[in-house]
Each structure stands twice: as C-alpha cells, then as structure tokens.
Design a protein around this ligand. Structure first.
Ligand code: TXA
Ligand code: MG
Length: 348
C-alpha cells in the first residue's frame, strides 16, 4: 500500500484524516510525547491492522486517545473523583489513566483486560484530528515492536512505509518519551509506566502514589503488559553509564579501547569536553544531548539518537544516563531497557 504523507494538514485535510480513521484506516499521528499509530478504537478490524503493522503481541493493550474529558464518559463504567481530579490537572498532557471499561470498548483495545487506558494529548493538531474522527483513537507508539519509539515523521516512515495508510507530519515531538501510565483505585494511584508526569507532580494532587512493584523490583507480572517485552532496542549493543561527568568520560574512554566496530556516544556537554582531551573521538559518532543531568534535553534526544546510531551502522553505544529522579525515572526506565540492563554506576 502507498503511505500518504500529510505535512501540517489544512482544515480540509484534517476532516479527511478524521474520516479515514473513522472508516478503519491506520494513520500515524504526532503527539507531544512520541508519534502514535492511530486507528478507530471501537473497530476491531482497524485495531488488528495496528497489531499487524507493528508486529505487536496481541495481549499488549492500546491507549485510547480522546480530544477532551467529555469523550471519556461513554468509554468507562465510572470516573472516580481522583481520576477526575487527575484529568482536570494534567489533561491535555502526557498522563494515561486506566479505568474500568464500558461495554462499548472492545477487548481488542484492552488486550482482554477489563480496564481501558485513556489519554488526551497536549498537541493541538492531534486533538483536532481526534475531534474530526469523532471516535476514540487507539494509538501505540508508531514503531515496529521492540524498536525505539519515533519522535519524527521520518522515523515513522522508516518503520511504517508501505505498512499503513498515512502519516501526519508535524515535525519533532516536544517531550520525546511516552506518557506516564497510571491505574487509579479509589484515592490511590499506581504508576505502571513512568513518563512526562512525575511521581512528585502526581503527589501534589493525590495523597497516595506508588510505583507498580514490578517497575521497582522487576519481579512478578507487570500491570502494564507492555512493560514485560523487549523495548526501545537500538541495533548496536548499548551500555548506559551514570555518574559524575568526568568519571563517566574516563570510563567511556577506557571502554572504547576494548570495543571494535563503529561506536556511538550519547553524552553530556561536560563529559564530552573532557573526553575529547583524553581520547581520539574523530571516528566516533558523537551526539551531545545537552548539559549534564538536563533531563528534558536527554528525553527529547534519546530515541532520535538511537535511531541515528542505527542509520550510521553503529555496533556499540555508550550512553550517559541521569539520576533516577523526577523525569529521570522515565528516562532511566527506557535506557535500562535499551541497554538490556547494562547500567554502569561510575564512581568518582
Ligand atoms: O505517550 C504515549 O503514551 C504514546 C503516544 C502515542 O500516545 N503511546 C504509547 O503507547 O506509548 P504504547 O502502546 O507504546 O504503550 C502503552 C503502554 C503499554 O505498556 C501498555 O501495556 C500499557 O500502556 N497499557 C495500555 N492499556 C493498559 C491497560 N488497560 N492496563 C494496563 N496497562 C495498559
Ligand atoms: Mg511503545
């Protein structure tokens, strides 16, 4: 099939994209986190096409995207007071809330679960398309399952060309890592996947916020089925180093001497400035994410850097991580998976 590209679509095109989605097409959409692979969330056949295009295991549920809080009512059995408060505070934005589903939502959307995940993206064009579609839009990240999520239309095209009906191109995504997924029970919130809305931010609104035990210990069955699969993996073997930037640079330099094949470095400005005084980096693919510990910049560049390293045929990636605090929790959750748990804590 030919994949049509809509770059910054006009109002007329937005109507047309909405109709395509309503009628069962698969269209990649920009959001503030990553690009999503959208299809009618009430249409099982349309959602089957998402699973096929991604090569996604069918027990991994999809997030239903809505243009407003009002659109949630028919999709759930009830909206608790806590859930309501979360939506009022963080929507539109990178918070996905799972609630008991109504009969209207097919089990295909929830991977057989009785809860449905709901999100209202903070992306105006995306919300206009959701509004035009008039149905909830199921949308996982628009990558082949297991690969890094796309934060640009080019990255979507790379994975999805010829596999989906269209891509809406609205440039780079602002945040760069996926939404926080939470389950709400009475007045307790459980974080199933960390993301742009941090635990601290949630605690300002609800009394009890905990991480799903699987997220913390890696034991048991994760409540977000997607958390158990191989994820965000670049082609090269990646190691993540965390610590003081000079110590990280020194350890990177040491590791580089032991590696053969093209190397990719994702590194802070401070670590890079020291690194290039102690080792020859002229043949290395270097991406500077920003200043040391700048979570926002690293989140924004992480997936794009991994995809760039794939393009360059890099076989080994050394990446500088951040402290697991605030937004850093989400970043390190992704980097740990990209690195297949090769995390090195570097001492000064
Ligand atoms: O930022 C995002 O959330 C992006 C954009 C496109 O909106 N979407 C995204 O979707 O990351 P996906 O499918 O790649 O990840 C959804 C995660 C998975 O880990 C899935 O298991 C979990 O949410 N999830 C979905 N529905 C769930 C449910 N009913 N209960 C528990 N976890 C659920
Ligand atoms: Mg994903």
């Amino acid at each position: 099939m030919e994949t049509k590209i809509y770059k910054y679509p006009t109002e007329k095109e937005i109507e047309c994209i909405g109709k395509m989605l309503r009628d069962g097409c698969v269209v990649a959409l920009p959001t503030e986190t990553v690009y999503g692979l959208g299809a009618n969330g009430l249409d099982e056949t349309a959602m089957d096409k998402i699973y096929q295009a991604k090569g996604r295991p069918s027990d991994n549920p999809l997030i239903l995207h809505v243009p407003s809080m009002e659109a949630v009512t028919p999709l759930v059995r009830e909206i608790s007071e806590t859930a309501h408060r979360l939506m009022e505070t963080f929507w539109p934005g990178p918070l996905t809330i799972t609630l008991p589903k109504s009969d209207l939502v097919p089990y295909r959307a929830t991977g057989g679960l009785d809860r449905v995940a709901l999100r209202c993206p903070n992306h105006e064009l995306c919300r206009s398309i959701l509004q035009a579609a008039g149905v909830p839009i199921a949308a996982p990240s628009a990558n082949i399952s297991g690969r890094p999520s796309p934060t640009s239309a080019e990255a979507v095209l790379h994975d999805m060309k010829g596999r989906i009906d269209a891509i809406v191109d609205a440039g780079n995504c602002q945040i760069g890592v996926e939404s926080t997924v939470v389950e709400v029970n009475d007045n307790k919130v459980t974080i199933l996947r960390p993301g742009g809305i941090t635990k601290d931010m949630l605690e300002k609104v609800v009394d009890t916020v905990v991480y799903d035990t699987h997220m913390v210990t890696g034991n048991g069955v994760p409540k977000a089925p997607g958390m158990k699969y191989k994820h965000y993996a670049p082609d090269g073997e990646m190691t993540t180093l965390v610590g003081d930037p000079l110590a990280v640079a020194r350890e990177m330099a040491r590791m580089m001497t032991t590696l053969s094949g093209p190397i990719g470095l994702l590194i802070s400005q401070e670590a890079y400035e020291f690194l290039h005084t102690i080792v020859d980096v002229s043949k290395v693919h270097c991406i500077i994410y920003g200043h040391h510990q700048d979570d926002t910049s690293l989140a924004n560049k992480l997936y794009a850097s991994l995809l760039e390293f794939n393009k360059q045929g890099v076989t080994h990636i050394l990446a500088e991580g951040v402290k697991s605090e605030g937004m850093g929790v989400a970043i390190m959750n992704r980097m740990e998976k990209s690195s297949d748990h090769r995390i090195v804590i570097v001492k000064k």
